[in-house]
Design a protein. Structure first.
Lengths: 72, 72
DNA sequence: TTGTAGACTTAAGTCGACT
DNA sequence: TAGTCGACTTAAGTCTACA
């Protein structure tokens, strides 16, 4: 994983976390809405994981946003 | 993998393939541009794989499109 | 509430070879 | 040129538990 990729994941992480906080959701409640694991949400928000396309979509659903808002 | 998810991957696959053909690229030449394996491009175009976020970005780079064009 | 760690299962992604 | 297969390595994603 090179510098550019790390930056991309950092950017995604920040957006997910800020959207989650806007909704006043805990990592756990977001995880439940997404159908993903809480520890996994934690990893993503710290740029430790490169989520799959389908996982990204689940997270968008949980955050009630369009994918475009997370990756634009 | 449920029906909805299969549909999502089918949609992605179709868009990738059509963009690739627009550029007159073979799967192999796209794979080289992307830095991914040819057999993997083949799998994605047949909806057999759920690519990671970073892989999606590589594919967009190879296809010279914005991500929004593939997932919109 | 979140981070982290370890152990685990499944899937991503590579590679070589053949049709 | 593209599909497929098998074997392989790495990473995604889950789960329990604790600071």
């Amino acid at each position: 994983m090179n510098e550019k990729e790390i930056k991309i994941l950092n950017n995604l992480a920040k957006k997910i976390k800020s959207k989650r906080l806007l909704l006043n959701l805990s990592q756990e409640s977001l995880a439940i809405k997404c159908g993903l694991d809480r520890t996994y949400i934690s990893l993503i928000e710290r740029s430790k994981r490169n989520p799959s396309y389908l996982s990204l979509i689940k997270i968008c659903d949980g955050l009630e946003v369009e994918i475009k808002e997370l990756i634009g």
